[in-house]
Design a protein around this ligand. Structure first.
Ligand code: THU
Length: 142
């Protein structure tokens, strides 16, 4: 895997999985569909989409849906190496603060590619969430 090569072909299956999940997003309230796909070191890809709820605060972001699906498949550590987040919004959609924290639980080094129909930009989770609170701060080494 060479996800750190900017926009290398390695990203294509991940983008495809994220767009497929985007198509399944359940967003009848915001109409803001989000698709996410995680890549693991063994090559596994796990996707998620946002799932909203009539009780607005309990809606779930695509990124947390993807990580939950991955953990349910037994993919925990080593954590994901890459994440793609797709929307059709004009501005690229970064993971919210809660999702950054959940992602940091499993992968401090995660590469995050944000994409829409017009373009892509690459980030690192460590730059989006510097000085993350982790199990190490609880004295639990990972
Ligand atoms: N949302 C995500 O799924 N991921 C993000 O990165 C940002 C926001 C969802 C939550 C909600 O369903 C909708 O987008 C509008 O906030």
């Amino acid at each position: 895997m060479s996800y750190d090569d900017r926009f290398s072909p390695e990203w294509e299956p991940l983008l495809e999985a994220a767009w497929e999940a985007w198509g399944n997003a359940y967003a009848p309230y915001s109409h803001f569909r989000v698709g996410a796909a995680l890549a693991f070191p063994g090559g596994q890809i796990v996707a998620g989409c946002n799932v909203e709820n009539a009780a607005y605060p309990v809606g779930l972001c695509a990124e947390r849906g993807a990580i939950s699906a991955a953990v349910a498949r037994g993919l925990r550590r080593p954590g994901p190496v890459a994440l793609v987040v797709v929307t059709e919004a004009e501005s690229l959609t970064p993971p919210c603060g809660a999702c950054r924290q959940v992602l940091a639980e499993f992968s401090a080094e995660l590469l995050i590619l944000l994409a829409n129909r017009q373009g892509r930009v690459l980030h690192r989770l460590g730059d989006l969430l510097p000085h993350a609170f982790t199990g190490r701060h609880l004295g639990i080494l990972d």
